[in-house]
Design a protein around this ligand. Structure first.
Ligand SMILES: Nc1ncnc2c1ncn2[C@@H]1O[C@H](COP(=O)(O)OP(=O)(O)OP(=O)(O)O)[C@@H](O)[C@H]1O
Ligand SMILES: [Mg+2]
Length: 268
């Protein structure tokens, strides 16, 4: 599909796509993140795990500019993200899904996906009036890109249904589709299978694998469902009380005594 492939140059360098260095975020007396380092390579699926309140969602909110960490560095493709607004960071190629659904429930599946492409649309209302031909061509391109996502996530039968009427598992899949419609370099997934039954969870795992095969993007995955994390992730970072306690392959993390003590022991 046409979702922007990473350039050969960005693939061949050792530079991470995303780099957090010593990021500290405080809310009054609460230290949500305490000197966190995190690197995501181009094309990598990197999972972030840890107990409730460990700071996982806060990391996402720092990366996409919703929270401003008091200390540390955040870079995407070498570019400093500090001080940039969320809309600007989205345009740089960071898309996210939410721990709680963030869909337009009255709009159809296709319209929700089109909204994901909003920031890619060059032809606004006025230029559209002046350049009808170009606006039509652009609209066609967007519709084609949306259709490829409909196909990839097997949403064909639901195309024209209002998002709010879809079963929960399909709403989560549509939210994933809307994030993909932005053609991101980095996709932030916050608990994509929370609240799903086993069948829906297995479907989601299959779509995430499919996305990895078909699209050239990196993913940062926050998830409590450990089978999913250990099956899909290239690397895992474990947090506890806002601190990074370990980063490694799924096998290394599962064997790490600090991770077992802080999290896996209780989750197993
Ligand atoms: N906007 C906020 N105002 C005040 N405190 C906050 C805010 N956002 C997060 N926190 C605090 O920061 C800490 C980390 O929260 P965060 O939501 O990042 O955890 P989490 O790892 O995503 O947890 P969960 O697994 O429950 O989703 C918690 O102590 C939380 O109460
Ligand atoms: Mg969270």
């Amino acid at each position: 599909m046409s979702v922007a492939p990473a350039s050969a140059a960005s693939r061949s360098t050792a530079e991470p796509l995303l780099a957090l260095r010593a990021v500290t975020l405080r809310f009054g007396g609460v230290t949500a993140l305490d000197g966190v380092d995190l690197e995501v390579a181009p094309g990598e699926l990197h999972a972030v795990i840890g107990p409730n309140g460990a700071g996982k969602t806060s990391i996402f909110n720092c990366i996409n500019g919703v929270y401003r960490p008091q200390e540390g560095e955040l870079r995407l493709d070498g570019q400093d993200l500090r001080g940039l607004r969320p809309a600007r960071i989205a345009r740089l190629g960071v898309a996210r899904t939410f721990q709680n659904l963030g869909l337009f429930t009255a709009l159809s599946v296709v319209d929700n996906l089109m909204l994901g492409r909003h920031h890619l649309m060059r032809t606004g209302f006025l230029t559209g009036a002046l350049w009808v031909g170009r606006a039509r061509r652009e609209e066609l391109e967007h519709r084609e890109a949306v259709e490829r996502i409909v196909e990839l996530l097997e949403l064909e039968a639901h195309r024209h249904r209002p998002a709010g009427l879809l079963p929960y598992g399909l709403q989560k899949r549509l939210e994933l589709g809307r994030a993909l419609a932005m053609e991101p370099k980095l996709l932030l997934l916050d608990e994509p299978v929370a609240g799903m039954n086993l069948e829906e969870t297995e479907d989601m795992a299959r779509y995430l694998l499919e996305i990895r095969r078909e699209l050239d993007l990196a993913m940062l995955l926050v998830e409590h469902e450990m089978h999913l994390v250990m099956d899909l992730a290239d690397r895992v970072t474990a947090l506890d009380f806002g601190r990074r306690i370990a980063t490694g392959t799924p096998a290394e993390i599962q064997a790490d005594p600090r991770v077992i003590e802080a999290y896996l022991g209780a989750a197993a």
